[in-house]
Write a protein that binds this ligand. Sequence first.
Ligand SMILES: Cc1cc2nc3c(=O)[nH]c(=O)nc-3n(C[C@H](O)[C@H](O)[C@H](O)COP(=O)(O)O)c2cc1C
Length: 209
Amino acid sequence: MSDDPPQPPLDAMSLRLAAANALIRRRRTIKPVDMSEKPVEPKVLAAILENGNWAPTHGMTEPWRFSVFTGEGRQRLADFCQNLYRKVTPEDQVRPEKLEKLGKQPLMAPVVVAIGMKRQDIEKIPELEEIEAVACAVQNMHLTASALGMAAFWSSPPISYTDEMREWLGLGDPRDKCLGFFYLGWPKSEEWPEGQRGDIMEKVTLVPK
Ligand SMILES: Cc1cc2nc3c(=O)[nH]c(=O)nc-3n(C[C@H](O)[C@H](O)[C@H](O)COP(=O)(O)O)c2cc1C
């Protein structure tokens, strides 16, 4: 018998809140270097992408576009990233460790999703809001991955934002954008990393009534 006092039963709202808290606060960035070689099953990947598709979208433009790299495709991505980095970086500023990382990182995760933003032709919705909608889609995917115990990482090297990258990804309109890469896999470690955040009240202003 436990000495703890009896706990009141949790009502439905508390249970739902506990579920939301767990999902949101346990979402963690786990980088490719900490991913195992375990593949991501197509149905798992499909479930993650599908949840991305349920992001909020002003005017229902659904601006998110995802290019999924697996297998040998990751090597082509790595080669392109390295060549592009060499092309856009002044020779005396090329950092060998950066170059090496661009070539290795895509091969360390079983799945790399290039994150695209497709600009609506009539530009009814401000560009900022289309970028925000894509970020919501990535958050949906990241939350889903964490819920499944998967490792995920949003990476945004400066080459992401170049016209060369945008075009290579098939985003043909100069108003479209690549917003980086979403790496997906399984964690090597059985220990889930701790997150950290500063106090919310430092970011909140209570406006006088
Ligand atoms: C838009 C965006 C771009 C990011 N780009 C990078 C990146 O290029 N490199 C990096 O190390 N982390 C990047 N991150 C991930 C953050 O480092 C990570 O979210 C932060 O360390 C907090 O960790 P958590 O996601 O586990 O809470 C990015 C996150 C966002 C939202």
